[in-house]
Design a protein around this ligand. Sequence first.
Ligand SMILES: [Zn+2]
Ligand SMILES: [Zn+2]
Length: 354
Amino acid sequence: MRAAYLITPYQFELRDIPIPKPGKGEVLVRVTAAGVCGSDLHFYSAGRIGEVVLDQPFVMGHEFSGVVEDAGEFSAEFPKGARVAAEPSIPCGTCFYCRENRPNLCLNLTFVGFPPKGGGYAEYIALPKENLHRLPDCIPDSQGPLVETLAVAIHTAELMGDTRGKSVAILGAGPVGLLTFLHLRHCGASVVYMTEPVESRREFARSLGVPMVLQPDDLQAIAEQERFLDGVGPEYVVEAAGEPASYAQAMQIVRRGGTVVYCGIYPHGAMSIDFTPARRKELRMIFVRRSLPRNYSEAICLAASGEVNLAPFCRTIYPLDQIANAFQDACERVSGLVKAILHPVGPEQDTRNR
Ligand SMILES: [Zn+2]
Ligand SMILES: [Zn+2]
């Protein structure tokens, strides 16, 4: 089978390798769609995320879906051809945090598409059956990878608590920021504005119904929004950009006694942030790490019911041998690209109704 290895930053190589043999408790999946995530771009451009350094050729890809090829003893639950979305986190199930029902904080977590476990930029992958969630036919292959992103948005909203009627600003109109917007709106929150530096993304955000999309450096326009908020800032500010500047800006924008939520992935290394506003404003701060297993079923329900429409997010599709272009386009945030989707088995198939 073909698999796309990142050799060094900015360089991929397609290699022919044996199809993986599923181990105990695993199911073999043929990958039909795999998304390019902001965290993959960190590896691509810097060769690292936080302390995790890419020191050998590696297959990324943690947002993907596919069809069951061989489920062995689990064939009743996962018949051949069943369409599934994959969850990339493999928690140990026995550590303190797993027992506390917080498997995203597992002490022995394996993450698919994150060294050492290769991911979905390949034609086949073997995964524990617990990591597979059946996809209904109303969700096409190209939208499968967005289930992971939507799960992160759901987990973010869950950590924020009851936001009904609460004012929210979101910094960053990438897929996580926008899916968080759609989900919070569904939860009854009032997302008053988003900020985004890239013009085509601002336009896309408007097309999804974001009432006001501002440039992050237009401080005057941001301050003017307080007119609609009793003369103070929003009750919640969600940082979904992963930019050091917006980490600080979130604290400046939010109202006193408000909550800042950090769900963007922050680049490696120390940065100096002045926490004085956080103390003086007596802020609550929430940090988000990925999602929980139950968020996947919720994400599939939301997408299937049409409450959150994933279709506009995945209109740009590349065959696997175009992976270098997909990453370059994603890095450059080319106009019209929201989420780059790779189709390892070729661009034309859609495996529904098989
Ligand atoms: Zn991701
Ligand atoms: Zn654990």
